[in-house]
Design a protein. Sequence first.
Length: 205
Amino acid sequence: MTIDQMGIRKAVMELGLFGDEKTGILRRFGVILSALPSTLYVYREFDLIQQMGGEPSRKLAEKVLIDAAQWCANGTFGGIMASPEWKALIEPQIQNMQDRLQGLIAITNCLGWGLISDYKLDESAKTLQMTVKHSYYIEAYKKRYGKNSEHPVCYMWTGVAAGYLDLLFGQKPNTFVAIETACAARSGDVCVFEAKMSKTKFGFN
Ligand SMILES: [Zn+2]
């Protein structure tokens, strides 16, 4: 491992993630960040799923949310990798694709979304398996519905898993597609995501 994850974490903390004194805007990594309760986003997503009713509309709504997250991952992490902060802090440590992913994960784990605790990037197969602990969807789901979900609910993380591969392999958004194969909202303690090359547009089969 050549990437100093703790060093990146310390540096991100020292960036001062607060709104500018004069504008109130928080510009970092070439993007505008905001600090808002995660339930603001998560509950809107749950609302959309619920309003769409049963199958197969639920799957369509899930695709829409995952697709939005994947585009967002492309914009945000693409911006991050083009930023002066990335070039100064992280780029000098990068020797290969595994390092680049580690750098992205080190940043992601500072964002308050939960913790990517494990991952496996297979460069020749072009696949990524990623484990997330404490996904911010889980507490929100259980708090709102008071029970386990019948389906995986971590749409943002699903889009991010595929978005990482779009960026790492230098491809257009939606070249890769991901699914959540285990979700702590259903059972267990962790969420697992698997991303691979998409055979169809937006992953529709
Ligand atoms: Zn999950």
